[in-house]
Design a protein around this ligand. Structure first.
Ligand code: BTN
Length: 326
């Protein structure tokens, strides 16, 4: 962890008091000048850090800055990730895919304040207003087949569910197959996984796992077309209260633990128990068509086993379903 990241961590954990430059220098085992330089560098990233003579430094309350140092400081598996942040990108998935093509290693993370062309599944867009959510992508190089890679998305759904519940007390996250996270019947998080294949081996060369979580309500509300189906984790409209770096770090850490033993499929039990479609009457969507079915089970490859109204049983490997109103 570099000095800036360690300093931010110390300031974050002492938000209610000033810490003197001398104490910080001792704690970080660097010179006071190095502390001052790190403070300046954090300020340049947008962190409000007040300095009071004879008292020291303190992080301002308003500090909800999305930053690489902020995210890295909260990571338990810090060594696994190289974190980058940007103010605005088209789509973190698109930019990270380009970084992957230029040789970026597994564990590269790109998070953005806002996306101008955030991508959702099935060619949809993903609304990504600044300060009101987290939008980030993780590059993986798993060297596995397409079927095994599809488990990455399901593991990510469980990881993000756990992270959300950790920070938002009382919130219970359900998973709508394949990978939409729902709270109180509305979608709060979407996951888009994009893979590149090695044509020679047929194996997946790289996977860009993109996660978007809606935290607070934009001042001008959600776009009308999203109003019925999409929600935010809190009713607040006032930015996300310092939680964004923590939420990204917790999601990455949770995911990493599942990813390291992906083939054990240990998370499947939790994936099933979080499912909001199992046992329900659903529609299987196919373009503009929808076919009524009953959701029977989620198999060991995370396929959704359904029974159509004519009695035919099918296993869906991917696609989109919606829950039929009772
Ligand atoms: C969906 O709900 O259909 C999937 C949405 C995925 C959104 C995330 S936000 C970060 C990453 N970058 C994107 O452009 N999309 C994903």
């Amino acid at each position: 962890m570099n000095i800036k990241t360690q300093l931010l961590k110390l300031l974050e954990s002492n938000r209610d008091a000033h810490i003197s430059g001398a104490d910080l220098a001792r704690e970080l085992d660097v010179s006071r000048n190095a502390v001052w330089k790190a403070v300046e560098s954090l300020r340049a990233e947008g962190y409000g850090i007040s300095a009071v003579p004879n008292k020291g430094y303190r992080l301002d309350d308003s500090g909800d800055i999305l930053s690489a140092a902020g995210i890295s400081g909260f990571l338990r598996h810090g060594g696994a990730f190289i974190v980058h942040t940007r103010k605005s990108v088209t789509s973190t998935n698109t930019v990270l895919r380009d970084m992957a093509a230029s040789g970026a290693p597994e564990g590269t993370v790109l998070a953005a304040e806002t996306q101008t062309a955030g991508k959702g599944r099935q060619g949809r867009s993903f609304h990504s207003p600044a300060k009101h959510g987290v939008y980030f992508s993780l590059l993986l190089r798993p060297g596995v087949s397409a079927v095994d890679a599809s488990m990455i998305t399901s593991a990510a759904a469980v990881a993000a569910s756990r992270a959300i519940e950790e920070f938002f007390t009382g919130v219970q996250v359900g998973i709508k197959w394949v990978n939409d996270l729902f709270v109180n019947g509305k979608k709060v998080c979407g996951i888009l996984t994009e893979a590149a294949f090695d044509m020679e081996s047929g194996l997946v060369e790289s996977v860009v796992l993109g996660i978007g979580i809606n935290i607070t309500k934009p001042e001008d509300g959600l776009p009308d077309e999203l109003g019925d189906v999409v929600a935010t984790l809190t009713d607040s409209t006032s930015g996300s209260d310092g939680q964004r770096n923590r939420l990204i770090a917790a999601t990455l850490d949770n995911f990493w633990e599942l990813y390291l033993k992906l083939s054990d499929k240990e998370f499947l039990g939790e994936y099933r128990s979080r499912s909001i479609v199992l046992g329900r009457e659903i529609y299987v969507m196919s373009g503009v068509d929808k076919k009524a079915a009953h959701a029977l089970e989620i198999d060991d490859d995370c396929g959704l086993v359904v029974r159509y109204e004519n009695g035919e049983i099918a296993t869906l490997a991917s696609g989109e379903v919606s829950i039929r109103p009772r």
